[in-house]
Design a protein around this ligand. Sequence first.
Ligand SMILES: [Zn+2]
Ligand SMILES: [Zn+2]
Length: 268
Amino acid sequence: MTAQDLPAWLPLSVFVWIVQMVAYHGFGLWFEWLDRTGRLADYKMRPVDPKTYAQVLPRVLANQVLFLLPAMMLVEKAGLAFVGPAHISPLMFVVGLIGMTVGHDLVQYVSHAWILHRPTLMRSLGHSVHHSVTASRSISACFMSPADFIMEIAAPYLLPLIAITAIGSAGADLTFHVFAVTAGAFGGLYEHSGYDFSAKLAKSDNAFLRFVGSRISSKAHAEHHSRGNVSFSDGFGSSNICDTVFQTRWDLVKPRERQRRSAQQQEA
Ligand SMILES: [Zn+2]
Ligand SMILES: [Zn+2]
């Protein structure tokens, strides 16, 4: 199946949005089922968020329907993305995925760390809404104010997509788009689920298994929700380049504070 097989009334952007919704709410229901049945309880790191599924869902759906869908359609109408070749080469596929990961990290970090977390803007742009959840109910990943959703979800997805489309990646390639939105949805939901599937690998004696564990850990975003001033990148699936460059990664902040304290003690 290619984008050309879609019926005329169904633009590619809308189809990809539907795939995204199925992935997001499918994974969301799976995590909810885990919470309710206690399956995989060994991997649940925190008590489930006090805000219920029913309390979180309306705001999430409003963001997805009122902001994400029109933004995606607009980008297609403007000829900036969801347009171009029906199939891209394997090289362009890889280039596109790298571009999306790095670009997402960049846009999301600037929005999140430098704008949304500014003390003067925290309330006016409404990032405090997202911080009213504890990252322990997966669908709360998109429980956000409209401004927050546009800056942290829609823009970090669409701006890199526009950039890679301009250099000949993504195009109208269904496989690429479906993969990108499904992986993105899973990453966001997992980070906010309260589950950490690396819990056992992290304790392994085997260095390789510990490395695999570090790649699938959801700890970074959990630390962001609990400490507020660390790990602004999307932890899972993100390149985390910005958190590393700007030294805001949760595992880097502690030594930095310790260093500062010992420096102060030396001065005194
Ligand atoms: Zn935040
Ligand atoms: Zn969050």
